[in-house]
Design a protein around this ligand. Sequence first.
Ligand SMILES: Nc1nc2c(ncn2[C@@H]2O[C@H](COP(=O)(O)OP(=O)(O)OP(=O)(O)O)[C@@H](O)[C@H]2O)c(=O)[nH]1
Ligand SMILES: [Mg+2]
Length: 406
Amino acid sequence: MPRYFSERGNSHIEVIERIHSKYGDRANIQIQKTIPASGIPGLFGKVQYEYRGYLRTGDETKAMQKNRDNETRAAILASVGKNPLPPIKSDTPDTQGDQFVEVLQELRELKGQLAISASTPPPEPFPVLAELSDIMKENDFDRDYIKGILDSLRRNHSAADLDGRDVVHHAAAKLIADSVTYFQQEIPDGPRIFILVGPTGVGKTTTIAKLAAVHGLSASGSDVRIITVDSFRIGARAQVETYGEIMGIPVKAVDDYDDLRKQVALASEADLILVDTIGNSPRDKNKIEGMRKLLSACGENAEVHLALSATTKTVDLKEIMSRFESFNYLSVILTKLDETTRVGNLLSAISSTGVPLSYLTDGQSVPVDIAVASPIRLLSRLKGLQFDQSVFDEQYPAADLTAAWR
Ligand SMILES: Nc1nc2c(ncn2[C@@H]2O[C@H](COP(=O)(O)OP(=O)(O)OP(=O)(O)O)[C@@H](O)[C@H]2O)c(=O)[nH]1
Ligand SMILES: [Mg+2]
């Protein structure tokens, strides 16, 4: 036997609120009446509102709650453009708690999908640019670098240009070439003092030997000396002395600041003094600082250059470059290019620091495996990028270091 109710009030809202606070969801209003206070509606007094109905059983209330949940869920899904899932059946034994967990779970999924769609860039309208982006990813360029190149192409080219593969590839090659600066050597008054620093095992001593041979054994026959501050390690001194003996180039090993200062002074007649250093872990601040102080014995005109292996991971490249900053190095020498097939990460990192590139080395052979850094030598290492090499050769002529030796 259902329980009935009847409530009156001066306004619709007042009666509804009263019913709701007394009976909650169980109230099922069936009759709504307006009753004139004086008997004649609207003429002499206020109208009264009377609502009547019955109270639902517990099962009926649950079914109604489920319907409401389904409606809420459908509205949420529709608002994010997703089709509503099949409604929760009212005859299942689910509790309200279960439905809440389900809705919550869906909301989490949707949140994830929305986050993904917010971070996914819109599709590229120019297929040639989309292909270029893939080529650059293949070459290991980092995301920001690729974005920079594509943005620049979009800004500076017409829609017709951006549909042409040749135009786009050539323009991209030029932007990549120009994103790196190339070391310009200044002719010093006295001897050129060239110090090579860097992490352990990157090829510093081998590079010093290559440079010594290139300059000391060329037709012009410059007066070249080598000084090594790596006299502590067994074998390291022998390594550089052996190179010196083969090439007939004097090698001096020094242990401390005074010794180094003396040897630099003794070589004041030379054209080029090459200073080889002990490899330092970029994490060892004290050793780096000790080396910096020792090298100050070479005087203010000395040039410091940083050797970096092309096989170094991108994050480490940036860290090494910043850890060696106290040396005020003038350029980066990229070594071991023969050991990697992708150079995009190197170009991305080096271009972001603005440090010039001076030399590239690509093998263990002294002295042939070294070249002056140039756009074409970098671009030729990129896979899939097509450009007219002769245009670059003309615009960026690069010295061939080893011609005299060969
Ligand atoms: N593949 C390749 N190997 C190289 C290159 N340059 C040097 N190496 C090799 O790398 C190894 C280390 O070279 P080193 O010149 O002794 O390196 P380093 O930086 O002087 O090393 P430490 O003095 O110990 O810090 C040797 O086996 C070299 O032959 C290069 O361009 N390519
Ligand atoms: Mg060495």
